[in-house]
Write a protein that binds this ligand. Sequence first.
Ligand code: FES
Ligand code: FES
Length: 160
Amino acid sequence: MISFDLTVNGQPRSAEVEPRATLADYLRGDLKLTGTHVGCAHGVCGACTVIVNGQPVRSCLVLAAQTEGAEVVTVEGLSDPDQLSPLQAAFRRNAAVQCGFCTPGIITTMHALLTAEPDASEGRIREVLSGNICRCTGYMAIVAAVVEAREHYRKAQVEA
Ligand code: FES
Ligand code: FES
């Protein structure tokens, strides 16, 4: 077993994992943060995306032990229990969810994008979204939701 410390959704954690455990294994299995979904387990679908030190990362491709000292944010960390995040609320308003399997990975990916690039164009949003596979909603509503939520990130940047 490997032991190390990290932060998950703002909380300090002491992990003890098998050397081959992925970050997705640790988040889902040990911390029960099952909002992180595992689809392909090969880095293709994007469903498992979480944010590590501000960057979107495919948690099926990262060994848990590689996140020693890192700040990890999962979809659960983007809202509080009483209030949807701006992206989540926009997805709801735009009916940008059907089965929801892809949704946590898309939300985390788009949060990382809009935090780093609050002026991202629709073309840029589509480009980054192309790494996340949705097989049932279709992308029109998803793009509309992200474009709508973008205003929140722009305002947050101005106020910072
Ligand atoms: S489950 Fe990680 S990219 Fe598909
Ligand atoms: S909502 Fe079902 S795969 Fe995207």
